[in-house]
Design a protein around this ligand. Structure first.
Ligand code: PEP
Length: 241
């Protein structure tokens, strides 16, 4: 089955109002891409970016949400609030959230439920640390994260899975094509719906994108640093087309 490709940009804690110009340049350069394009800015830029992307082919998403609909959770944002701001996707279980905020797969699963209930598509991240890879635990770790983070009911309509080896994020290091292919074949086998798109993430850039996208079971990328500049992200999108 050939699945529609997705290029997702994770701006992390980067970007202020002037950087909206990069999103607008991207939207202008890709008025109707044949792949889905998503930008996930910091929460402060969600609403203005969504406003700026109205009528364009670029979707906007959050980088996290709370599992609850509302309440006494200072500093948190609910999935419904993301929708209010114009989001249609949300990244959940990113390794930086798992590490910095102690998010377990069970917590991620509760957030995924909340995201679905609000009508968001969840981009659920899984990935091993370097120590786990060296110990030969990669597939076991990823299998446990996937099973623990995806509630019953995950489908092509509500879920995207991103394989992001922790040691490849922001480091300029990428797994070999064989290593990526092995994990993606494993994820394809374990994913509850054959239509769930599988993204690779971790130091994707204009130079390595085509090689990664040529691999079986890779339906796109979750891109951090290289999504901040319209020119770089545009080249990655072009490699997917
Ligand atoms: C990410 O944070 O999701 C990511 C893949 O970052 P980078 O592309 O910068 O490695």
């Amino acid at each position: 089955m050939s699945l529609r490709k997705l290029a997702a940009g994770n701006w992390k804690m980067n970007g202020r109002m002037p950087q909206l110009a990069e999103a607008m340049a991207l939207a202008g350069a890709h008025p109707s891409p044949t792949v889905d394009v998503l930008l996930c800015p910091p929460a402060t830029l969600l609403a203005p970016m969504a406003q700026a992307m109205l009528g364009s082919a670029v979707a906007v998403g959050g980088q996290d949400c709370h599992a609850a609909v509302k309440g006494a959770h200072t500093g948190d944002i609910s999935a419904e609030m993301l929708v209010d701001a114009g989001a249609s996707y949300v990244i959940l279980g990113h390794s930086e959230r798992r590490a910095d905020h102690g998010e377990t797969s069970a917590m991620v699963a509760a957030k995924v439920q909340a995201a679905w209930a609000a009508g968001l598509i969840a981009v659920v991240c899984v990935g091993e640390t370097e120590t786990q890879r060296d110990a030969g635990e990669t597939l076991a770790v990823i299998g446990a994260q996937l099973a623990g983070s995806l509630p019953e009911g995950a489908s092509a309509q509500n879920t995207v899975v991103a394989y992001e080896p922790v040691w490849a994020i922001g480091t300029g290091r990428t797994p070999t094509p064989e290593q990526i292919a092995e994990v993606h074949a494993f994820l394809r086998d374990k994913a509850p719906d054959a239509g769930i798109r599988l993204l690779y993430g971790g130091s994707v850039n204009p130079g390595n994108a085509a090689t990664i996208f040529a691999l079986a079971n890779v339906e796109g990328a979750l891109v951090g640093g290289a999504s901040l500049k319209a020119e770089d992200f545009g080249q990655i999108i072009a490699a997917l087309q």
